[in-house]
Design a protein around this ligand. Structure first.
Ligand code: PLP
Length: 333
């Protein structure tokens, strides 16, 4: 896996820390839990999109783009980080935000990530729930081309083979850390949405012939659909890396039992997980992604899914900026 062959902008704070969560492990009385702190990747409070955007913006710059377009849910972390990269690189940024929740309160529609999109100077347009937002975005890009601009479009979540390279590279970072610590890791767990994180990780692991089981906790789609999305993208990513065929369908495992009411709606277990990590570890999870991923991990530990002797690494994908959009879900005075 030669990542230097791909254009890249080096704006992330990498490598991210790998830390033991002693208090959480003790409270759950189960396996030893470690956290890969990809909430600390830098660029507008950090998160998993930083690693993807390093490669996506590498391509945008190489193609001489003058404006970058992307799309996401109203409280998209990906949109916020895309806006921050554009600001740093002196490019314009235009974001299409899709209303997936029909929430109308000010916190949701104006605070959190929406505030930060605007603070980074991005222009924003709002859409109702739409079947194919990437297609909507391409229409806007075509209009811009007709006006003489050179737009670069990034799909939702930055999840294409270029973006997923960031997480194949993260797999390399993780495995080298495990080796340096002489650490036998039994499971890697993280939240999975638009599929790029899991696809990149599995492509990277399999390209190195590392067979640590990877579990994605879903935040939107049902299990079959989520696994199929991840599998397709993982195969394409492995091919881009020069290792076609290393990913098998059975390498892709998602558990979609923790979605709750739907995308963008924290379940009771999400809120409990966020509070546990805040109170026990001083770590901020988010209500849409990492909080659901952590709720899944906690519940699986309680159900005895893992051995007490296991080492589990949870990849914290970030998202804390969205907490301020979900103030009401915590019911503090
Ligand atoms: C986008 C996102 C995810 C999901 O990653 P995908 O690559 O889209 O599957 C997880 N956590 C946070 C905080 C995110 O913003």
């Amino acid at each position: 896996m030669n990542f230097a062959q791909f254009p890249r902008v080096f704006l992330g704070h990498l490598n991210t820390p790998l830390e033991p969560l002693d208090n959480l492990s003790e409270a759950l009385g189960g396996p030893t839990i470690w956290m890969k702190r990809d909430d600390c990747t830098g660029m507008s409070t950090g998160g998993n999109k930083t690693r993807k955007l390093e490669f996506l913006y590498g391509e945008a710059v190489k193609q001489g783009a003058d404006i970058v377009l992307t799309q996401g849910a109203t409280q998209s972390n990906h949109a916020r980080q895309t806006a921050a990269f554009a600001a740093k690189l002196g490019l314009d940024c235009h974001i299409l935000l899709e209303d997936r929740t029909k929430k109308t309160d000010d916190d949701y529609t104006r605070s959190g990530n929406v505030l930060l999109d605007k603070l980074h100077g991005a222009s924003v347009e709002y859409h109702e729930l739409t079947a194919d937002m990437n297609a909507e975005m391409e229409k806007v890009a075509d209009r811009m081309r007709a006006e003489g601009r050179n737009p670069y479009t990034i799909p939702g979540g930055g999840s294409n083979p270029t973006g997923a390279l960031g997480y194949a590279n993260c797999a390399l970072e993780l495995v080298s850390e495990f080796n340096d610590l002489d650490m036998q890791v039994d499971h890697i767990v993280h939240a999975t949405g638009s599929a790029g994180t899991q696809a990149g990780l599995i492509a990277g692991l399999k390209a190195m012939n590392v067979n640590i089981p990877l579990l994605g906790i879903g935040v939107r789609a049902p299990k079959d659909k989520q696994e199929e999305n991840v599998y397709k993208l993982a195969c394409a990513t492995a091919e881009k890396l020069g290792c076609p065929g290393v990913v098998k369908r059975e390498d892709v495992v998602a558990n979609c039992d923790y979605v709750g009411e739907g995308y963008g709606f924290p379940a009771e277990s999400t809120i409990e997980a966020i509070k546990m990590l805040a109170e026990l570890e001083g770590i901020l999870m988010d209500p849409v992604y990492s909080g659901k991923g952590m709720a899944g991990l906690i519940d699986l530990i309680r159900k005895g899914h893992f051995k007490e002797s296991d080492n589990i690494v949870f990849v914290h994908t970030g998202g804390s900026a969205a907490l301020f959009a979900y103030r009401n879900d915590f019911q503090y005075n």
